[in-house]
Design a protein around this ligand. Structure first.
Ligand SMILES: Nc1ncnc2c1ncn2[C@@H]1O[C@H](COP(=O)(O)OP(=O)(O)OP(=O)(O)O)[C@@H](O)[C@H]1O
Length: 337
């Protein structure tokens, strides 16, 4: 079977409103691999929820297509799409539990919809309650549960019909940091132990860092960059990527005319010794205009922007030294910084 569970191809979504057309998604292309945890991050209004709702066709794209296991959703009949949607569980920020039903009956609900007999549905729901760590709460009503417990019930309900994919729309945004961590741990277990592919929509960088294998950064309706979390976090290429990952300090500033370079560190090297040794060895000063480090997977990573000596030959000497010592670097223009 193909490695790819979802492919999003040239997806466009527009909303016609009284105030004009809103371009929520503009030519989005993505591929999500079977078995991975894929993160989609962006600021408020970037188009994240619209994208996730297009993946399961709760929202019909204006143009472009979504392929599930190679099958075009736009070409399917509604009955076939319903079938595919059953292969995609979904959880939300506000849990969306049925308040009049007990925890057990909430989890039974999707099974009832597909005609599973009551005793069988209840047995399955009990197994799931154990899986999510709430075996002793089957008779409770949602109002009697904490946010984290509600999300556990929502997760159990979402995986009751054995989906291949679990879509999580800001599933931890209403939770405190400890509860967030425990819910992310549960999602990781479900991914590893049940083989369910997980797509996480979030505006929280910490969520992506903590469990995602790959990430897409969405900005103003478009994918700004996409790839392995480790690679994107250690050297974000887009302006929005740098803002989200390295914080709000990446401001556009006007610097002198001399060359500026961005050096990125991916955890194998340290900032200071390389720069200090270069200064000692080349006998040339550099200006550190910006520096930020992050711990990713226990390793230091980050970037530094250096202003080089004004004379071209001196600047080249610095570049040559850094390259020789295995440092990743690229020239930056003022407008990119
Ligand atoms: N049903 C709708 N009708 C009109 N405009 C919409 C509709 N749904 C979304 N939009 C607009 O589409 C754009 C993207 O919205 P979306 O909810 O996908 O963003 P988001 O990244 O999920 O934001 P947030 O994190 O705040 O939820 C926004 O400008 C929003 O106002």
């Amino acid at each position: 079977m193909s490695d790819e569970i979802i492919r999003i191809s040239h997806l466009v979504k527009e909303f016609k409103t009284a105030g004009g057309t809103v371009h929520a998604l503009d030519d989005v292309n993505l591929s999500i691999r079977r078995g991975e945890i894929y993160g989609i991050i962006g600021l408020s209004g970037a188009g994240k929820s619209t994208l996730v709702r297009c993946i399961n066709y709760l929202e019909r794209p204006t143009s472009g297509d979504v392929f599930f296991e190679g099958q075009s959703l736009s070409e399917m009949k509604e009955r076939e799409r319903r079938e595919v949607r059953r292969s995609m569980g979904m959880i939300f920020q506000q849990f969306n539990l049925l308040e009049q039903r007990t925890v057990l009956r909430n989890i039974c609900f999707p099974l009832e919809l597909i005609g599973v007999r009551r005793t069988e549905a209840e047995a399955r729901a009990r197994q799931l309650l154990t899986l999510v760590g709430l075996a002793n709460r089957e008779k409770a009503y949602p109002s009697q549960l904490s946010g984290g417990q509600k999300q556990r019930v929502a997760i159990a309900r979402a995986i009751a019909s054995e989906p291949k994919l679990l879509l999580c729309d800001e599933a931890t945004s209403a939770l405190d940091p400890n509860t967030t961590e425990s819910i992310l741990g549960l999602l990781r277990d479900i991914n590893r132990n049940l083989g369910i592919t997980v797509v996480i929509i979030t505006h929280q960088m910490s969520v992506i860092e903590s469990i995602c294998d790959r990430v897409a950064i969405i900005d103003q309706s478009r994918i700004a960059e996409e790839g392995e979390v480790q690679r994107i976090f250690s050297a974000p290429q887009s302006k929005i990527g740098r803002e989200l990952i390295l914080g709000g300090d990446v401001r556009q500033e006007q610097f002198g005319a001399s060359k500026k370079i961005r050096v990125t560190f991916d955890g194998r090297s340290a900032f200071e010794p390389v720069i200090a040794n270069m200064i000692l060895s080349c006998q040339l000063p550099v200006n550190i205009l910006f520096a930020a480090t992050k711990e990713i997977g226990g390793q230091a990573a980050g970037q530094m922007v250096l202003q080089l000596p004004e004379h071209e030959a001196d600047a080249m000497k610095v570049i040559h030294y850094l390259r020789e010592h295995g440092v990743n670097l690229e020239e930056v223009k003022n407008s990119e910084f």
